[in-house]
Design a binder for this molecule. Structure first.
Ligand code: HEC
Length: 179
């Protein structure tokens, strides 16, 4: 009798605190899992395997990029080249950004290359703003937005566990690791 409770006790210990139940929208039923799998199957883009924290971070970054594009146009429409340059540079290439993109794309061949191309194109927008070259800003912004849409046309997020992410990175010949 005593021993039959041991597995239950172990299972309960592994659960998150019962005093802190998940929100209803955080409970993923098998039917919801199935619905998510169906949606993924309809999407023929290349999956970018990411662990949940990385996927969340990537979406945050993306919303930030959209805000930067908006700020570039706001700056340009106000003839404020300093603000335009600052907004564009926030999408530009840095060593840290490059490392993050490589981790994000570790399991999806070609993803990091597209990401780096995008960041370098944003630097051209900032360079044109620095020269107060309005036509140059617009031209470079067009190239940058083409990098956004080309990547969105090719890749989608795939939220996976750490082992799946590590295996995908290894299969692509890359090192996995935290972003
Ligand atoms: C190297 C690839 C790549 C580039 C470049 C890129 N994105 Fe994304 N973006 C993604 C992926 C992957 C997703 C997830 C989409 C999905 O799973 O359907 C995403 C999602 C988004 C989202 C949705 C965020 C959310 O909260 O769900 C926005 C907004 C976005 N991108 C804006 C942009 C903008 C604006 C640019 C350019 C200035 C850009 N992205 C450039 C890959 C990219």
């Amino acid at each position: 009798m005593k021993s039959s409770f041991a597995p239950l006790a172990l299972a309960l210990a592994a659960l998150p605190s019962l005093a802190d139940p998940p929100r209803p929208d955080e409970v993923i039923s098998p039917a919801t899992c199935d619905a998510q799998a169906k949606a993924a199957a309809m999407d023929s883009r290349t999956p970018v395997p990411l662990i949940p924290m990385m996927a969340h971070h990537q979406r945050e970054q993306m919303r930030g990029h959209l805000e930067s594009v908006q700020a570039v146009l706001q700056g340009l429409s106000a003839n404020d080249f300093v603000a335009t340059e600052k907004a564009a540079r926030s999408m530009g290439f840095t060593e840290q950004m490059g490392m993050m993109c490589e981790h994000m794309g570790a399991g999806a061949p070609g993803f990091s290359e597209q990401a780096l191309k995008f960041h370098h194109s944003a630097d051209k927008v900032a360079d044109a703003a620095h020269r107060k070259d309005r036509a140059g800003v617009l031209k470079a912004l067009d190239v940058t937005l083409q990098a956004c849409t080309a990547c969105h046309a090719s890749y989608r997020q795939q939220v996976v566990d750490q082992a799946t992410y590590d295996a995908a990175a290894a299969a692509a010949g890359n090192k996995s690791g935290p972003p």
